[in-house]
Design a protein around this ligand. Structure first.
Ligand code: NDP
Length: 295
């Protein structure tokens, strides 16, 4: 049976480090502004959790909760104010935004040095160019990398990595991080031919698809490290009528019987995302204070 990679524990370690860095930052507090537009219940849960963790870290935490009918111009005005506010070091706009707002325009309006989600083209470009020392890296892939490092160490030279999914938020940045760590990387997507055979070549297999339990046990190379980014809510009639449960993109029990190490869902990649957001914000605060970037 595979070792279970405890994302909750690693996330707690990251948050502990962020707290220590915050306490050591004399005269200023890292400031994180979270902006949410509309009443999407899942987004509200995520935002509440981000604001709560920010407070726990000792941050100056600001939340802007805006009505669904907020105009794009109003939202851009708030971003401009936050860009100019020296007490704010990280700005996060919770996605998705309502249809009448151009999310791309809003993300690109965030000052790159406060873009703790790592979605601004400046940060995307730095990651693509391997400039990891100055980039803000998107939180979910950055957290997934930390989990991989716990199992495999920092230098992944020569290992074959397959990333299933090519989104800008997870798949592409994940592939760039694995490349920077010297893996041979293949990105798979909905048009990939014979995905099971490709997946079986992976020493590191990352699933970021959004399809419940798509990656089967016989897709996994014996001993592989399997990172399941997917979070899918499915019906769980065994728990009672109308009940649901969370599953990943990997058929966990089958894959765990073959893999060397695997992340569970929940409790794997999920907790890492918020922890890495805190890490990016404290880095931003150190840089704004003219200090070296903490590692
Ligand atoms: P997207 O929907 O943006 O991307 C999904 C990717 O999967 C696409 O590239 C798509 O290919 C590919 N895909 C879809 N179907 C198949 C298939 N049958 N075979 C191969 N590839 C396929 O999703 P995200 O990247 O945003 O998220 C992926 C998952 O990760 C979701 O479950 C999401 O909930 C979860 N997630 C978890 C986070 C966390 O904190 N743990 C944070 C962010 C996301 P194509 O491009 O060809 O359409």
């Amino acid at each position: 049976m595979a070792d279970v990679i405890d994302g909750k524990k690693v996330a707690e370690d990251v948050v502990g480090k962020v707290k220590a860095l915050t306490a050591a930052l004399a005269g200023t507090k890292p400031g994180l502004a979270v902006v949410i537009v509309g009443e999407d219940p899942a987004s509200q849960v995520y935002v509440a959790s981000k604001s709560r963790t920010a407070k726990e870290c000792g941050f100056h935490s600001v939340q802007h909760t805006l009505k669904a009918e907020t105009s794009e111009a109003e939202l851009l005005g708030i971003i401009a104010d936050l860009n100019a506010d020296s007490a704010i070091h990280g700005i996060l706009v919770q996605l998705p935004l309502p249809d009448h707002i151009d999310a791309g325009k809003v993300i690109q309006a965030i000052a790159p040095e406060k873009d703790v989600d790592g979605f601004h083209f400046i940060n995307v470009g730095k990651l693509g160019a391997g400039e990891l020392e100055t980039a803000f890296v998107p939180c979910t892939p950055a957290g997934s990398m930390l989990l991989i490092e716990r199992v495999r160490g920092k230098d992944l030279s020569g290992l074959n990595a397959v990333v299933v999914g090519r989104s800008n938020i997870v798949g592409k940045p994940m592939a760039n991080l694995l490349l920077a760590a010297n893996c041979t990387v293949t990105i798979a997507h909905s048009r990939t031919k014979d995905l099971p055979a490709l997946a079986r070549t992976a020493d590191i297999l990352v699933a970021a698809v959004g399809r419940p339990e798509m990656v089967k046990g016989d897709w996994v190379k014996p001993g592989a490290t399997v990172i399941d980014v997917g979070i899918n809510r499915i019906a769980a009639p065994e728990k009672g009528e109308g009940k649901t449960r969370l599953v990943g993109d990997v058929a966990y029990a089958e894959a765990a019987a073959v893999a060397g190490a695997i992340t569970p869902v929940p409790g794997g990649v999920g907790p890492m995302t918020i922890a890495m957001l805190m890490a990016n914000t404290v880095i931003s605060a150190y840089l704004a204070a003219g200090l070296d970037r903490p590692s």
